[in-house]
Structures are given as C-alpha cells and as structure tokens.
Write a protein that binds this ligand. Structure first.
Ligand code: ADP
Ligand code: MG
Length: 231
C-alpha cells in the first residue's frame, strides 16, 4: 500500500489525470501479476530488455496522450530481437504522426503472453455517483465493446461475489474449458477482482481503472494492459 501511494504521488506530480501502462507498478504493488518487462526511452535499452526476456517480445508506445495504443499502431506483437530497433523508431514515429505534441514517455518492452491457451478478460472499476466504486468483469480484448458481456458489483467485493462475477457472464463456459480447451485459472481471476477492489477502495483518487486485457491462462492470470483516471 505504501508503494502504491508513492506511485500515485509520482503520477500526480506529473500533472496527468489519465495514465496508461506507466502505472503498471500499481498493480504489481497489489500483488496482481503483470508480464515481465520494462519501460525504456531509447532503442538500445529496449534491446537490452528484449534480450533479457526469452524469445519474441511485445512493444507498446507509452504516452498518457495515447491510451488506445493499437488504434494508432502503437502495439507490436511478436517482435524478434533483430527488429527491436526498427520497431522502437516506428512506434515513436506513429505516435508523433498521430499527435505531434504527444508526451511520449517511452516504449514498453514486454514478455509475450500465449493468447492461444488463454482468454482475454477485462477487470475494471468506475466510480458511480450513487453506488460508489463499481467493479466490472467481462470478456476482454477486442470483444468487450462488441459483446458487452459484463457484470458489476460494488467494491469492496467478497470472494463469493468475485466468484459469482466469473459465473455470470455469457462467456463463462469459455473460462471453464469449452471446445476442448483447458479451463483457465478462475481462482486467479477472482483474486485479481478482489485485489483491484482493495486498491480502488484504498485510493479514492482513482476514478476509473481498466485492466484490459487480463489474460486468464490455465496456470495463472496476467494483467497485460492498464489504464486509469485519477482526480
Ligand atoms: P491497447 O488496449 O491500448 O490497444 P494493449 O496493451 O491492450 O493495448 O494491446 C492490444 C492487444 O494486443 C491486447 O488486447 C492483446 O490481444 C495484444 N497484446 C498486448 N500485450 C500482449 C502480450 N504481452 N502478449 C500477447 N499479446 C499481447
Ligand atoms: Mg488494452
């Protein structure tokens, strides 16, 4: 909690109210697992991080002005080490083309998460003027807007409530192993909902927050992307 407070204070000092993956440490501070990786501000450092990670990596533009990164081509999946330099330059070029005065903090180099074995889910929070912090769970990735397969509870949520949320969505059978797939780690999802619920309860300054996607795998969950608004 102390670490989370420090991270939020750093953020407030920057005078930004909207934050992206630069705030991933917040999740980390609350025990929510994130992929291995780092944010760097030059190509040489990007390569160093990529070399530390075994195999191909994902690279993303990091800018509080660009919160829908793939919309501008700001996410590159499956980047080999020899392509890291080019990918870095390309991400920055795209960001500048999109918004010449964008505040570019750098590029995130991240471990690849195997989406074939997993289900992209979303865990989020919105502060409702009437009910307070509303936790949301649903199918994530590109499907979230199209299908609107989501369910809500007021934070803080109990373990039972979090479990119920994973059962209520239409896509629940996908989590429990449909079409010959292995079931994903439901316990990991419910724990993540509860940990996030604790985070937003502890910090009323967080007005909204989305982990999208939280990739649910057979042996765990990984928060691959985050964005939030603070007041
Ligand atoms: P944004 O939502 O801002 O476009 P994301 O970080 O969510 O950016 O990335 C977009 C999509 O790229 C994700 O929904 C996911 O399908 C894929 N992706 C992102 N990071 C990873 C990763 N580490 N491993 C595998 N796929 C990823
Ligand atoms: Mg996303």
């Amino acid at each position: 909690r102390e670490r989370a407070r420090e991270i939020l204070e750093t953020v407030e000092d920057r005078d930004e109210t909207r934050l992206g993956v630069e705030a991933m440490e917040l999740l980390d501070a609350y025990g929510i697992e994130t992929p291995t990786g780092d944010i760097v501000d030059d190509p040489a450092d990007a390569l160093e991080v990529a070399e530390r990670i075994d195999g191909d990596v994902v690279m993303k533009i990091v800018s509080p002005d660009i919160l829908h990164k793939s919309d501008i081509g700001g996410v590159k999946v499956g980047v080999a080490n020899e392509d890291v330099y080019d990918a870095y330059e390309d991400l920055v070029t795209r960001a500048k083309n999109y918004q010449p005065d964008a505040n570019i903090l750098g590029v995130q180099v991240q471990e690849m998460v195997n989406l074939d074995d997993g289900v992209e889910t979303i865990v989020g929070m919105n502060r409702d003027p009437q009910f307070g912090p509303l936790m949301m769970f649903g199918l994530g990735g590109i499907f979230v807007e199209i299908l609107e397969d989501t369910t809500f509870r007021v934070a803080p949520v109990s373990e039972t409530e979090a479990e119920d949320m994973t059962k209520e969505i239409d896509a629940a059978p996908m989590l429990r192993g449909a079409r010959g797939n292995d079931p994903v780690d439901i316990g990991g999802i419910t724990e993540t909902i509860q940990r996030l619920s604790q985070l937003v309860t502890d910090f009323p300054a967080i007005l909204e927050l989305d982990i999208n996607p939280l990739v649910a795998l057979p042996d765990g969950v990984k928060a691959v992307d985050v964005r939030l608004t603070v007041d």
